[in-house]
Design a protein around this ligand. Structure first.
Ligand code: C2O
Ligand code: CU
Ligand code: CU
Length: 467
């Protein structure tokens, strides 16, 4: 065999041995490494000391993970913290063993340990990842990052921004207040902080140009704070909610993003060169400027782009309403909630007694004090479910279902003209919402309030899908 032939056959054998074909090449997983580590970051600005935080990769937010839809992902998480951790991929429909719920779907990643997450996200969209062990403390210290799955053909924009919005409770020296999971936060609105940030920075400034078209991926990574954002006279078009496309619309109301929720908007900026404008939050009594937008001297174009902004609508399993299993869920408890008694470990008790053990919330009178408790629902794979959730309490609750998206059908009995798919819908006090979904993903899936202090105080359950 001459040299050239030898090389050719060796290459061919190597290719055959690893069975590389064009499609296999496209499916080579994209690899990432995330190191859970303590770090220092300047949140409040140069006049304050840096804040000691916990991070995935050294910064807050953590290292961005971005792939194209259809690509497989292989993330090795190493734990350099002094405490165990895990990574949950919020909103991703993935195999149960990759869901990252320490104590339910995997063992915690011990200090010095590693864990490999491997999956192929089926949906394009805006997602995020975060710790899922002692989350009210770990997420509160900064253990989260953006997870972006790109569409095959996204709408044309000049720029894309990812804004991870958070809310920190800092002391005078800019260090994190250590009062995680205190009784007041648990029984009221959760850990509401005093320093709201975008991408880890307080009162950040972003330069924009008149005529520029920008897609902003808004991700609420707060423990508990909900946002209601106004963009002055800019009229953003909403193109996706909780990672799933919606028919684009301009909202005349502020954009509400509950804890853990995501909203994608497209904005055609128009403004006087040199002028500025604030994105304002007014969810709670006191409104504040979240971030400042400053118009560059140069105008990018006079007329805004006319190209379409719609994403292709989600292709999720369509629930069959007629043959669906109906389930009503009532959220009860908390301060001023009126819940008197509930079951803890199957035992009826006074709420006072339950509170003395650190719990104050219940779903259908059951306190979710364990992850692996008897399931709220046990379903056969493929079963359609009609779920009605009623918030019978005095506080808002962003209710999150793992491993599935739910189709929101009605709010307070009023049918939506166009149902949307959500994974973290925000239910205001006394509000009732109806959802439907197909339980197509086998495993044990958490269903919990994403006010992380509420989850820690019992506002959670498990839904089991049998294969
Ligand atoms: Cu964002 Cu149970 O998680
Ligand atoms: Cu989740
Ligand atoms: Cu809640």
């Amino acid at each position: 065999m001459n040299r050239r032939k030898f090389i050719q056959s060796t290459v061919a054998a190597a290719l055959a041995g690893r069975s590389i074909s064009t499609s296999a090449l496209a499916n080579e997983p994209v690899t990432f490494k995330l190191m859970a580590q303590a770090s220092l970051t300047n949140i409040v600005g140069p006049d304050f000391p840096a804040t000691p935080v916990w991070t995935f990769g050294g910064g807050v937010p953590g290292s961005p993970i971005r792939i194209k839809r259809g690509q497989a992902i292989d993330v090795e998480v190493a734990n350099d913290l002094d405490v165990a951790t895990s990574v949950h991929w919020h909103g991703i429909r993935l195999p149960n063993a990759m869901d990252g719920v320490a104590g339910l779907t995997q063992v915690p990643i011990k200090p010095g340990g590693t864990f490999r997450y491997q999956f192929t996200p089926p949906d394009a969209g805006t997602f995020w990842y975060h710790s899922h062990i002692n989350a009210h403390e770990q997420v509160g210290r900064g253990l989260y990052g953006p997870l972006i799955i790109e569409e095959e053909s996204p709408p044309i924009v000049d720029r894309e921004l990812v804004w991870m919005i958070d809310d920190w409770r800092l002391l005078e020296d800019a260090s994190i207040s250590e009062d995680f999971g205190n009784g007041h936060d648990k029984s009221h609105a959760g850990r509401i902080g005093n320093v709201p940030t975008v991408n880890g920075r307080f009162r950040d400034v972003v330069k924009v140009s008149s005529g520029e078209r920008v897609r902003i991926r808004l991700i609420n990574a707060s423990n508990a704070r909900n946002f209601s954002l106004s963009f002055g006279d800019l009229s953003p078009s909403i193109i996706a909610i909780d990672g799933q496309a919606v028919t684009p619309y301009v909202s005349n109301e502020p954009i509400v993003i509950g804890a853990a929720g995501r909203v994608d908007v497209i904005i055609d900026f128009h403004g006087e060169p040199g002028s500025h404008l604030a994105v304002v939050d007014n969810f709670y009594r006191q409104s504040f400027d979240l971030i400042k937008l400053v118009f560059e001297k140069k105008t990018l174009r006079r007329e805004s782009l006319k190209t379409p902004i719609a994403l292709s609508l989600p292709k999720l399993p369509e629930p069959e309403l007629e043959n669906s299993l109906r389930k009503e869920v009532i959220i009860g408890g908390g301060a001023m909630g009126g819940l008197q008694r509930a079951k803890l470990d199957g035992q009826w008790m006074d709420l006072r007694e339950i509170a003395s053990q650190g719990y104050v919330w219940a779903l259908n009178d059951d306190v979710g004090n364990k992850l692996d408790m008897s399931p709220l629902l046990e379903l056969k794979q493929g079963q359609s479910v009609s779920l009605s959730i009623k918030n019978d309490s005095a506080f808002p609750h962003p209710m999150h279902l793992h491993g599935h998206h739910m189709k929101l059908l009605s709010i307070d009995g009023e049918k939506l003209a166009e149902p949307i798919w959500v994974d973290s819908p925000l239910l205001m006090p006394r509000q009732e919402m109806e959802f439907a979904f197909v339980a197509d993903n086998p495993g044990k899936w958490l269903f919990h309030c994403h006010v992380l202090e509420h989850h820690a105080a019992g506002l959670g359950a498990m839904i089991r899908v049998l294969s």
